[in-house]
Each structure stands twice: as structure tokens, then as C-alpha cells.
Design a protein around this ligand. Structure first.
Ligand code: SF4
Length: 353
């Protein structure tokens, strides 16, 4: 059995492993040690790739929005992160710092927060200069604090490409050697087998993004279903990882309380043993820019983009996003806080936003 295959008899529907149709290495990426490791993986998976003679990727768009989307979502580029990527930025409230193993994601979530934050066609770019990226993190560990936290999934789902890159495993092992740092990452995938025997030393919190079945079935194309994600979370917790549930994006759709109560019940059943567990609660929001891109990508979406029923939230840069109204936010926050407390007295809610 491949280490990437789901466990025999695993419940739910696993995400299909991504096999990109177009794979490019830039010349510099192919020369990196981790680039060679990725090439070995691709050889083993019998996935053809092209090694470019320079460091510029070919034009990856199509002649229509649809064609560009389809081509880009089927493309993996192995590149080297530019020097600017080594200048880390804070990422409150999730972690002290964000760093990147990759940018882009093969899944098809119709609310994807990457739309509008990553420019251009939605190609997945993964970084071959991984050792430099990890070593650079050491410069950001604050010696005056017990723990400095690092978020690795701001612009990607690292587990969704792990079978192709191995970068998440390497990062987990690196953080395992850093007693004053903690890695945080989040996924909607479930192929956790390669992570279960790593020397993580409790320095990684693996978070699973969960939502009501109503949302997952309609809006999260290409991901593992809720049952498979819960099973993956159980196995990570059994492997001694700290775990977390990222409940996002929360939506007050019709009958949301029944569906979300069912999700929380199933999470409790999956975690029926003592576990270090956190919750992060993130409501659905969109910007005018992300709405336009997402409607281009998913013209038939059932996602609610009605600006009339939303509140406008401005940021310090003068732009704005659409969030739920104050009354809806209060109701969501109150309901989730109480329901989580009732089921998970040991769980810590880190934030609601
Ligand atoms: S899994 Fe996350 S990053 Fe990937 S498409 Fe869905 S929302 Fe976007």
C-alpha cells in the first residue's frame, strides 16, 4: 500500500490525490536539494515534468477565464522563493509569523480566500529552497518568549500537495528540533499517513478545516468530505500531535444550527480521548475583488454574495470587505461558544472573527 493511500476501511470519502497535468521546474529550483527530492517523488509517481532552462515560467493562461482557471488548477510549478519571502510578516490572530512552503492550492472551494490575495492565474507554486526558508525561520524565534508561532498555510493547503513535495513533513521535523517555536498549518485534505511517524516532538499543531456537511458538499470541490477529515484529525491526535479545528467559513444558512451541531457532535465522537485541542472560528467574508474573481471561476455557485444583506467593514488601507451584520455575528459567536464549551470543556477557542 502506498504511504499516501488512506487507511484501509477509513470512513468517509478521501480527497483524490492531485496529479497535475503540467509540471515545471525552474532551472534554479531543479538545482536545489529539495527540488531534487521533489523530482524523485514525481518520478516515482510517474508524473512527467519539464525542467526549464531559465527561471521564468511559461505563459500559463488560456484564451478564456474558464480555460485559464482549468489550466492553472492543473499546473504545479516548482520555483525558488524570492529573497523577499525570507522577510516574514506577522499574521494575527493565527500566529506570530507566516512563512510559505507554497502558494496556491489544487482544491476548488467556491469561497477560496486565495482569490484576490494571490495575483494572476491560480497556479500552485511550491518552493524548492526549503532549507533556506526553514533556517530563516530561526531568525524570528524570540528568545525572550516561551514560544514563537509560525503559520504555514496562509496561501496554500500544504497537505493537498504533500504527496508531490514532502515539504510539510520536512517542516514538521525541522520544528520538532525547535523547542521554542511551534508550527501551525491547516488542511481540508486527509492523506495524513506520511505525517504519523515523524519526530514532531509536540512542536506542531495540525488543524483541520471543518464545516457543516451542507457547506462541504456544495462549496468545497476536490477536498476530503467531513467524515474523512474527522478521521484524519483523530489519527493525527493519536499520533501525539496537538490538533485544532478551524471552523471556517461559518455561514448562517438555513438550518445552520442543526447542521453545525451535528458537525460538533461528530467531532466529539472522533476525538473520544484526551487531546490538546483548539478552535478557531472564522465567518464568511468577501471583498469586491474576491467576489468578482470567484464569480468568474464559479458562475453557478450557491454561495451568498449579496452585498445588501451584509455589513461593510473598512480597513486601515481604505478598502473594505463584506461581513455579516453585527446581530448575525453576535448570534454566531454566542451559539458556537456555548456549543463548543458544552461538548469540549478541554478545548480552547482562540478567536472568533
Ligand atoms: S482548500 Fe483552502 S486554499 Fe484550497 S481552494 Fe479550498 S479554501 Fe482555497
Amino acid at each position: 500500500m502506498s504511504t499516501f493511500a488512506p487507511a484501509p476501511g477509513a470512513p468517509g470519502r478521501s480527497a483524490r490525490l492531485w496529479k497535475p497535468r503540467h509540471i515545471y521546474f525552474t532551472a534554479a529550483a531543479h538545482a536545489e536539494e529539495h527540488g531534487r527530492r521533489i523530482a524523485d517523488r514525481l518520478d516515482q509517481l510517474r508524473l512527467p515534468y519539464e525542467v526549464l532552462s531559465a527561471n521564468r515560467l511559461p505563459k500559463l493562461g488560456g484564451s478564456t477565464v474558464r480555460e485559464t482557471y482549468q489550466k492553472a488548477k492543473n499546473t504545479l510549478a516548482i520555483v525558488t522563493a524570492p529573497p523577499s519571502a525570507l522577510k516574514l510578516t506577522p499574521i494575527p490572530p493565527s500566529a506570530d509569523w507566516q512563512f510559505h512552503l507554497a502558494k496556491g492550492c489544487p482544491a476548488h472551494c467556491q469561497y477560496c480566500y486565495l482569490a484576490g490575495s494571490l495575483p494572476g492565474a491560480p497556479v500552485t507554486r511550491t518552493y524548492a529552497n526549503l532549507e533556506a526558508i526553514l533556517e530563516n525561520n530561526a531568525n524570528y524565534i524570540d528568545p525572550h518568549r516561551a514560544l514563537t508561532t509560525f503559520e504555514a498555510s496562509c496561501y496554500t493547503d500544504p497537505l493537498g500537495i504533500e504527496h508531490l513535495t514532502g515539504s510539510l513533513s520536512r517542516a514538521i521535523e525541522w520544528f520538532g528540533q525547535q523547542p521554542e517555536a511551534r508550527l501551525r498549518w491547516v488542511t481540508k485534505y486527509d492523506a495524513v499517513n506520511p505525517l504519523l511517524n515523524l519526530q514532531h516532538n509536540g512542536q506542531t499543531r495540525c488543524r483541520i478545516s471543518l464545516n457543516a456537511g451542507w457547506v462541504t458538499r456544495r462549496l468545497e470541490g476536490g477536498t476530503a468530505d467531513l467524515e474523512a477529515r474527522l478521521h484524519a484529525m483523530r489519527r493525527l491526535a493519536q499520533a501525539g500531535y496537538r490538533v485544532g479545528a478551524v471552523l471556517a467559513p461559518l455561514m448562517p444558512f438555513e438550518d445552520w444550527k442543526t447542521e453545525y451541531a451535528d458537525m460538533l457532535d461528530r467531532l466529539r465522537e472522533a476525538l473520544d480521548f484526551p487531546v490538546d485541542l483548539t478552535f478557531e472560528l472564522i465567518t464568511h467574508r468577501f471583498t469586491p475583488g474576491s467576489k468578482e474573481i470567484l464569480l468568474d471561476w464559479y458562475p453557478n455557485t450557491s454561495l451568498d454574495f449579496n452585498e445588501e444583506t451584509r455589513a461593510k467593514k473598512r480597513n486601515k488601507f481604505g478598502s473594505h470587505k463584506f461581513v455579516y451584520t453585527r446581530e448575525q455575528m453576535d448570534e454566531l459567536k454566542g451559539w458556537f461558544s456555548a456549543e463548543i464549551k458544552a461538548r469540549f470543556p478541554e478545548g480552547e477557542v482562540l478567536y472568533f472573527t
